[in-house]
Structure formats: structure tokens, C-alpha cells
Ligand binder design. Sequence first.
Ligand SMILES: C[S@@+](CC[C@H](N)C(=O)[O-])C[C@H]1O[C@@H](n2cnc3c(N)ncnc32)[C@H](O)[C@@H]1O
Length: 223
Amino acid sequence: MTNAFEDFLFDDGVNQNWHMQLSERVALMHVLGRVKSEVSLEIGTFQCGSLRPIAAASKRVITFDIDENQHRISPLFPNVKFVTGDSAQTLPPIIEALNSGDEEVNFILVDGSHEEDGVRRDLIECIKYVPKRRPTVILAHDSANPAVRAGITSVPWVGCPYVHAINLDFVPGMLYDRADINGQIWGGLAAILMLPEPRKSEIDISATFEPSRRALLEKSVYN
Ligand SMILES: C[S@@+](CC[C@H](N)C(=O)[O-])C[C@H]1O[C@@H](n2cnc3c(N)ncnc32)[C@H](O)[C@@H]1O
């Protein structure tokens, strides 16, 4: 279901079955417009919601999902390779192949496992990619959720010389009062900027939502 405002904001067909807040969709579209991605990676295909804009803005996409049923509309996406299986196993060989090839990865969405270990593992794998000529932007969804945030913040970021900036709250999340997730905190996009040259100073880290997030935690089911 979309509304008139969303219909105005997005091109036909782009805004369907997309499991993100409107602010996250707009932010993701802006990043895609900036990076002009050659190859994009998406961990967490689900119903191809975020895949639609990623595929429309990228030359080629590789999307990963553990559940083969999430690939049932794959014929609609001629420039997308659908990979089925746990990203713990399926992502590493693809990162390795991309590192040894000439194609550039300019955009990655991490939205697969929402367990702390799974998020950390996916991100650690993503930053093994070495940017070649242009920047790579990684967006990690649900960065306000306690498990996801713990996964993101426990990545040994300083060990990767190509990570220059991290904005944990590029888009903030929220405390939900929806029946199925009442009292839970979800949403938010963390943004990680990788550049082709090694950084010469500390990583620029920002987490502007943190005081609000702590206040929300007091009211949440995690308290
Ligand atoms: C929140 S949904 C993705 C939503 C989608 N990015 C969107 O915005 O429209 C998360 C997806 O990740 C998949 N997933 C969960 N754990 C995974 C894993 N370990 N490896 C690959 N995919 C996984 C789930 O099957 C599910 O389809």
C-alpha cells in the first residue's frame, strides 16, 4: 500500500513491498543517486522491495537471501543475480571474486540476519572488499535495534584502512507501538563510507541519535 505522497516521490514500480520507513527509502534513493553503482550487493532480498530501486540504479546487483522463496519474482530483474543460502557461506566467495576482478562495488545494503553475530559477520565480510577507483557506501538497516546496533558497533572498524566515516544514525529508528512489535525498537540506517585510499587519521564516527535511543530503551521491552 502506498499513499499519494509516496506516489509523488517515487517512480512507477520502485516503491513496492519495501520494508523500510519512508525516511529510510528517501535516504537510500539519495545514496544510490550519488554512488552510481557499478555492482551493488544486497544482503536480505525478502520481497524484492529494496531491490527494486537498487537494481534500477545499478549496472548489476547480487542479492542474497537464506530463503529461496524470496526469489520467486527474479525474472523481473534481468541485471540481478539471486544467491540463496546463509550469507555466512555465500558472501565470502563473492567478495573474494569481486576483489580479484575489475568491476567496482559502490553500494551495499546489509539487511539480512538481524542477530548481533550475523550483522557483525556480514559487515566484517563487506569491509574485506577493497574499493578500486570510486567510493563504496554500505547502509546497514535497523541500526537502532539493540541487537543490530551491538553487531554494528562490535565490528573492528579500525582494522580496515579503507573505512573513513561511520554514521550510526544516518537515519534514526523508532519505538514501535504496532501490535506485532509493540515496545520494540526497529528501523534506522547506519552509513559507512569506504574510499579507495587508506585513511590518514581516525575514523570519523557519528551517533547523533544515541541520547534519544537511550531514552527510548527506558520505555522499551528491552528494559
Ligand atoms: C528485513 S528482510 C529484508 C528486507 C528488504 N531488504 C527490504 O527492505 O525490502 C530480511 C531478509 O534477510 C533474510 N536473511 C535472514 N538471515 C539471513 C542470512 N543469514 N543469510 C541471508 N539472508 C538472511 C531473511 O530471509 C529475510 O528475507
